[in-house]
Design a protein around this ligand. Structure first.
Ligand code: NIG
Ligand code: FE
Length: 421
């Protein structure tokens, strides 16, 4: 039995509470425990809170002590939206945008998602896995302990499954925990140009059932956007997913108001993501639904697009999460702290709201709220020791590494000072 006792914590953020996403004022009520402690047993939280209470737990005796050095301890980030499997970064798109081309123009000119698809189809599964594993190390070093990972650069049965198998292989090696999502409806592949319905038939009748029956995906996602898939298309994909036992996620209202958020709310999808163009009716619909509203402001930063109206969502009572959207085209950023910085400086979210959105609400956006995203008895021992004495330093500093160590499921996944357990 492995037992660790983390002590000398200036501020302990447990994010503890009922097993449901935080909404409204609750998003901003984070109550850091001054001089807290955490007892970890066999990969889970055994006790957590005021030091005196935790030290009184009989299991604390004889535990190996980890001294947090008077720093902040918080749950690891749960990054609920990413596209981390691809063959190569899109550097020529990036450079062309510096010269004035837009993301939409580049996609129309044969760049964009389809250029990544061509390269990903040509890559071996081993090469994709190796690339993914290199990126996973960057996520862990940035304080992310659970990451959703989408397919979507294959757009044919073999390549979509190849991507999902890479995710399964890399995820089982750890230490970063991966949650796989099938995004075969990311774009219409070139061989189905002008035959979108035939491609949707392939997605619904073949790719979704295969991915689900092989246990390779937990969610199904669709890019509901002008020029990609309509609300009707998205509903068809989500229905096929539901039939196969996969809960839905929707890329919604990013570049245009396409109705994706309204659909996600209507169907009770687990999350609706992006939401830059949402209006009050859409915000109200999401707030009244169980669907988590997930913002991906790293992509708005990188594409120089407007940010989602975060205050209106939070004030309306929506459950808001923050995620990176890490991908080669619109957000080559794995660092959740940068995303929190953008949320606080550009979108009017408070440091407490940003931490809530990146931990407990991110876990709910992956259906993992009962086990992840908070430091609470029985939940996963996924915790980060930040080089900070006040948690507001986490979104305050930007542009550099800011943590001391990362524990995933009770094991030391990264430590700047070389702590070995
Ligand atoms: O979430 N749906 C768009 N997909 C990604 C970008 C993908 C890409 O450009 O490769 C997004 O922004
Ligand atoms: Fe995305």
């Amino acid at each position: 039995m492995m037992r660790y006792l983390v002590v000398n914590i200036s501020q302990l953020l447990t994010m503890a509470g009922p097993d449901q996403p935080r909404r409204g004022k609750d998003m901003g009520s984070v109550h850091p425990i001054l001089d807290g402690a955490v007892l970890v047993e066999d990969g889970r939280i055994a006790a957590c809170g005021f030091k005196d209470l935790v030290l009184n737990d009989p299991r604390a005796r004889g535990s190996r002590i980890i001294d947090a050095g008077g720093r902040v301890v918080a749950p690891g980030f749960v990054d609920s939206h990413s596209h981390p499997v691809f063959a190569a970064p899109r550097l020529s798109d990036f450079e062309a945008r510096t010269k004035g081309k837009t993301y939409e123009q580049l996609a129309a000119d044969g760049g964009g998602i389809l250029s990544t698809v061509a390269k990903t189809r040509g890559a071996t599964q081993a090469a994709l896995t190796a690339g993914l594993q290199a990126r996973m190390a960057r996520f862990i070093e940035s304080g992310t302990t659970t990451l959703e990972a989408k397919s979507g650069y294959g757009l044919d049965p073999d390549t979509e499954l190849k991507m999902l198998r890479s995710i399964a292989t890399a995820g089982s090696a750890g230490p970063l925990e991966l949650v796989p999502t099938l995004l075969a409806a990311h774009a219409v592949p070139p061989e189905y140009k002008d035959r979108k319905d035939d491609y949707l038939e392939l997605v619904c009748a073949e790719i979704i059932p295969k991915a689900a029956s092989e246990g390779l995906a937990r969610f199904v996602d669709v890019f509901c956007e002008a020029g990609y898939f309509t609300v009707e298309d998205a509903e068809r994909v989500l229905a096929a997913g539901a039939k196969a036992g996969l809960k839905g996620k929707v890329h919604a209202d990013q570049l245009t108001l396409s109705g994706g958020a309204r659909l996600a709310a209507k169907l009770g999808a687990v999350s609706a993501d992006h939401l830059e163009r949402c209006e009050d009716d859409d915000i109200r619909a999401l707030a009244a639904s169980p669907t988590v509203a997930t913002f991906l402001p790293g992509s708005d930063y990188f594409l120089a697009k407007p940010y989602p109206p975060a205050r209106r969502f939070i004030d309306a009572g929506a459950a808001v999460a923050l995620a990176t959207d890490f991908n080669p085209g619109s957000c080559p950023c794995w660092d959740m702290r940068m995303i929190l910085s953008i949320a606080c400086t550009q979108m009017g979210m408070t440091p407490a709201e940003a931490m809530t959105a990146a931990t407990v609400n991110g876990a709910h956006a992956l259906g993992l709220g009962a086990t992840h995203g908070a430091l609470q008895n029985g939940k996963a021992a996924d915790l980060v020791c930040w080089e900070a004495s006040d948690y507001r330093e986490i979104p305050y500093y930007f542009g550099g590494s800011g943590l001391s160590w990362v524990m995933k499921a009770g094991a030391m996944a990264f430590s700047k000072e070389g702590i070995k357990l």
